[in-house]
Every structure is written in C-alpha cells, then in structure tokens.
Design a protein around this ligand. Structure first.
Ligand code: FAD
Length: 541
C-alpha cells in the first residue's frame, strides 16, 4: 500500500486536481465568497511532537515483544484520525498528544503480550486499524500510550466455500480483502468511502456501513463470529449462523470501539461475485419525491445494492463536479435536457439525483430494476450516471484536501431515523447547521444524501461546507457539530448510523442509550479492562 499523506487523504502520489476543474472552482468561489488564495500547511520538518514520556527501558522491552517504532512519522500519523478537526490540527502542527510508541504486532501472540505488558506497566493501548476514524476514535488522549497498529495481521486464513464464509485477520485493508475474496469467486461487498485505507477490525469496532449496505447489510450483519483479546484473556464467539443462547455477546463486542479489547480475527459472511450489475440514474422533482420513491421501493420488497438520493444542494454540486472528467453526471444538464425537465414541471433549483444499483443473477437484476423503475417518481437518465458514480466512488475524500488548502471547512456527519420522521429530521438538522455557519458571519452550505435504506427508515448523511474563520477553525467546526448533534438527538435521530461515537460524540452517549445503557457499557468495560488500559477517553467511558 502507498504511504498515506500525513496531512490528508490517500496516497502521497495522488491528488484530486480541483484547480483543473474551473467550473467547480468558480462555483465554490461564488457560494463561499472566497478569494481562492492557498493557505500553506506546516512542513513535516516544522512539526514538533510532544516528548516521549516512557523510559528507554520500556521502549527496549516493547521492541523485544513486537515491532515497535518511536519514529516521528509513525507517532505523528498515529496521533489522530482523518476527520476535519484532525486534518486542521495536523496541518497547523497542533499536536497535543501523540503515542510514545507505535507497535505493529505480526501475530496474535504479540497482541496478547502487548496487552499484558501494558497492563503490568500501567500503560495505555489504542487499537488502530487504518486510522480513518472521523469521530476522534484513535486520538491519543494521554501520555504513556502505545498505539497498536493492526495492519500486519492481514491474512485470509481460510475460506469455507460450502458455507460461504471466510476466517480473516482483523488488520486486513479493504482492497486486499476484496482481492483475495475475488480470486476465490466471492465478495464481502462492504465498500465504505474509506475502503482503500480502512480495515476489517476498524469496521467491526465502529459498526461501519458500506455503500452497498442496502442489499448486503452493515458490517454487524456480515460478521458471523469474532475473537477479541483483552488484557489477560480472550473471548471467541461461536461460528454459527444464528443462536438463541441468551444475549448476543458478539453484538455487544461489535461497535466496542477498542474499549474492551483488540479484535484479532473474524468469520465473515460472503456472497458469490454478482453475475450482473446494473447501475443507473434518475432525476426527481424534489427531495420529498425521492424519499417516497425509496420507501416504496424497499417496502415493495425490492432491494437495490446501492440506493443513493442526493438533495438539491448535493445534486447541484455533483453537476459541477460532473463538468470534469471525474464527473458523475457529465452533460446531465445540457440545454436539451433542461428544456425537457422544464416541460415536465421540474425546477432546476429543486431537482434531485437518484442512483440505483442492482447486483445479482441477471434475471433478478432485470426484474428488480424494471420494478423499481416503475416506482421511481422521476425521469430515467440511463446507466451512465450510475457507472460514473461506481467508477468515482472513492474519489471525494481527495477533494477535501484541495478544499482545505483553500481555507474551506468541510466535514460530514450522519444519523438515521424512520421514514415518518425523515423529512422533519432532514430539514431541522440542515437548518441548525446553516444557522450555525451563519453565526460566524461566513458563507456556507449544507448538502445531504440518503444512502443506507431500510424498509422502515434510512440514514441521512450531511456534508457541511463553509469558509473557514482562520484561527477559529476548530471552534467554528465544534459549534456546527454541536448544533447538528443536539438537533439530531432531540428529533428522534440516532447519534450515529455508522461513524461511531469516539471522542467527538461522547458527550451525547447518555442521550442515546440512557443512564442504564451507559451503565451496561461501563460494566462491560470493567469486565474486560478493569485497569482501563484500552482506548482512554472514548465513548465517554
Ligand atoms: C474519507 C472517509 C470516508 C469514510 N467513509 C465511511 C463510510 O462510508 N462508512 C463508514 O462506516 N465509515 C466511514 N468512514 C469512517 C471510518 O472509515 C470508519 O469508521 C472505519 O470503520 C474505520 O476503520 P479503520 O480501520 O480506519 O479504524 P480506525 O480508524 O483505526 O479505528 C476506529 C475505531 O476502531 C477501533 N479499532 C480499530 N481496529 C480495531 C481492532 N482490531 N480491534 C478493536 N478496536 C479496533 C479504534 O480504536 C477506534 O476506536 C470514513 C472516513 C473517512 C476519513
């Protein structure tokens, strides 16, 4: 794998190239009132890390237990995740804490030794997969911390082609996993936007969702069994398709965000590689029509792999992106098409884009697509928008780096609720963010999509964009996040549909689970990790 940019997303060799997309650039300039100057980031050499707090003896002993590094690059890249706040701080060289040591265990025995050693020496351990957390899940919060990077535990140990499951180590990265499964004729079909740089263990620890979740489920639906090591022991859940043996321990460990132990391996549920894929696009009159369309598709027992509805703001932005070769809707708004839409009573300001993707046996795909097409309240655009979306679906995180260079605040947050509450939660959360952006006297916008759809409801995924208030970026971001999260919580949404809790959502954990719920999580923590070795300061525990 290419080395990840320490200050941004993805390979150091890869750039989004915003400057080449003049249309998008001038759109951004217009809506945000920017002068398009570039803000320099600190150079690697100019970044100072906090001093190492553990003794040389401890470092030497750790090096005997496992691969362990105290190199600046390792400590810096493991000090936080890849959310907006992380990127601003790392670009500004604002590194308040960093792990003293980064360990790269290669075997489960090394993981065990590391955990036991940390317990004995009263050190802290942060389990680290790809480090792509956007909620402060891997942030170092105190001195005396070892970061346990799991990426060397990356083997597919066996594939059971009869049961269609695979036993896989937790540190494997998305592309590596899919490549190995593809060779055997299978797929997990878990494709989060962070797919290229996130790991199986991280997905399980955060209850992640991939872009194909509507058909294939979230990661918690894909795990048949798992093993987690904690200081002084391990727990393995049974490899069975279902069980009625009391409470579901596996589901208590999924989403534990590294607080209880280190997940070392899991048995995952596979699907044969789909015989056929059909991805296409539709244009709808407005977001409400889209919401009804998606609900009716799901409630008519039609399950697309991908169902992605953008609101009008996101559709507009996609069209601007579409004017480059990375575009999703190249040529979509050509004059003839605009004329056609106008004739049907569609207003350019309100139209929304819907991508539907179907996968599976050819006849079933055809039937499901034709049925869905009849339900969709909108105009069919053909397969080209669907194909383009599929091709470019991991590109947008690279654009974020270019926006940050221009002094633009850009981040995402998400929730989920039932259909009857979707319009209300959508509008109120959006409004709360827009008000918060305005309160700083800058221009900005909020765009939303629905991308994980269920019979009874859906997720709402917001991207908020604003001109940064230089010197106050974190404060500005915190205000928007707080306004949105308060609104989500008081209007029936979940604190997180797939990003998790981490440090950033910890303040709301009791609103989500109630006092008793938090007490249960605390008791579980005490049961696995009474000395509080693991991932301190996360989830409010
Ligand atoms: C650009 C971008 C796009 C994203 N898109 C999506 C998306 O589409 N869907 C989605 O769900 N999320 C998304 N995320 C969030 C993030 O990628 C997910 O939370 C992902 O599941 C984290 O995986 P990771 O391997 O990077 O874990 P990390 O970030 O390393 O860790 C996340 C949490 O899991 C714990 N952890 C990691 N590995 C283990 C282990 N083996 N055992 C125990 N605990 C462990 C960590 O301690 C931490 O609390 C995105 C993030 C970015 C930056």
């Amino acid at each position: 794998m290419e080395l990840m940019k320490w200050w941004g997303w993805g390979s150091e060799k890869k750039e989004y190239g915003l400057k080449k997309n003049k249309k998008l650039l001038s759109y951004i300039q217009d809506v945000l009132g920017l002068d398009l100057r570039e803000y320099p980031k600190k150079t690697f050499e100019n970044i100072t890390l906090p001093d190492i707090t553990v003794s040389k003896k401890i470092i030497d002993e750790l090096k005997l237990l496992t691969n362990a590094s105290t190199e600046k690059h390792d400590r810096l890249t493991h000090s936080m995740g890849k959310g907006y706040k992380d990127l601003v701080r790392i670009r500004n060289g604002d590194i308040r804490q960093a792990p003293d040591v980064v360990a790269y265990p290669e075997t489960v025995e090394e993981v065990e030794k590391l955990l036991n050693y940390a317990k004995e020496k009263k050190l802290k351990i942060i389990p680290f997969g790809g480090g792509t957390s956007v909620v402060g899940g891997v942030e170092t919060t105190c001195p005396g911390t070892i970061c346990a990077d799991m990426k060397k535990l990356d083997k597919v140990m066996s594939i059971d082609t009869v049961s269609q499951t695979a036993h896989v180590q937790a540190g494997i990265l998305g592309p590596d996993l899919e490549e190995k499964l593809t060779k055997a004729g299978f797929t997990l079909s878990h494709f989060p936007q962070s797919f290229e740089y996130s790991t199986l263990g991280g997905w399980i620890a955060t209850r992640a969702a991939g872009q194909n979740s509507t058909k294939y489920g979230k990661i918690e639906d894909m795990v048949e069994a798992l093993t987690m090591h904690y200081p002084g022991g391990k727990i393995s859940t049974k490899t069975v398709p279902a069980s009625a043996s009391g409470s579901d321990i596996k589901q208590l460990l999924i989403g534990s965000e590294g607080l209880f132990g280190i997940i070392t391996d899991a048995v995952i549920r596979l699907h044969p590689l789909p015989e056929h894929k059909h991805y296409s696009g539709f244009i709808l009159k407005n977001f409400d029509e889209g919401i009804t369309t998606l609900r009716e598709i799901l409630q008519n027992e039609i399950t697309p792999a991908v169902a992605r509805l953008s609101d009008s703001e996101e559709t507009r932005a996609m069209m601007k992106i579409g004017s480059s070769d990375k575009g999703i809707v190249n040529g979509l708004m050509k004059d003839a098409f605009k004329f056609y839409l106008k004739k049907r009573g569609y207003s350019g300001d309100e139209v929304c884009m819907l991508i539907l993707g179907f996968e599976g046996p050819k006849d079933k795909v055809r039937f499901d697509f034709e049925t869905a097409k009849k339900i969709v309240r909108g105009a069919y655009l053909g397969t080209s928008p669907g194909k383009q979306w599929l091709k470019n679906r991991f590109e947008l995180p690279y654009l974020r780096d270019d926006l940050l260079d221009l002094g633009i605040l850009v981040d995402t947050l998400e929730s989920a609720t039932n259909w009857s509450n979707i319009p209300c939660l959508y509008a109120k959360t959006k409004q709360s963010m827009e008000d918060s952006i305005k309160s700083y006297g800058v221009k900005g916008f909020v765009q939303t999509h629905i991308s994980h759809v269920y019979r009874e409801g859906a997720s709402l995924y917001y991207t908020f964009v604003a001109k940064e208030v230089k010197g106050k970026e974190i404060e500005q971001w915190t205000e928007i996040k707080k306004a949105a999260t308060d609104t989500i919580i008081s209007n029936g949404g979940t604190l997180s549909h797939h990003h998790g809790v981490g440090k950033d959502h910890a303040a709301w954990i009791e609103h989500e689970h109630g006092k008793k719920g938090v007490e249960i999580i605390k008791k579980l923590k005490e049961c696995f990790d009474p000395d509080k070795v693991l991932n301190p300061g996360k989830m409010g525990i």
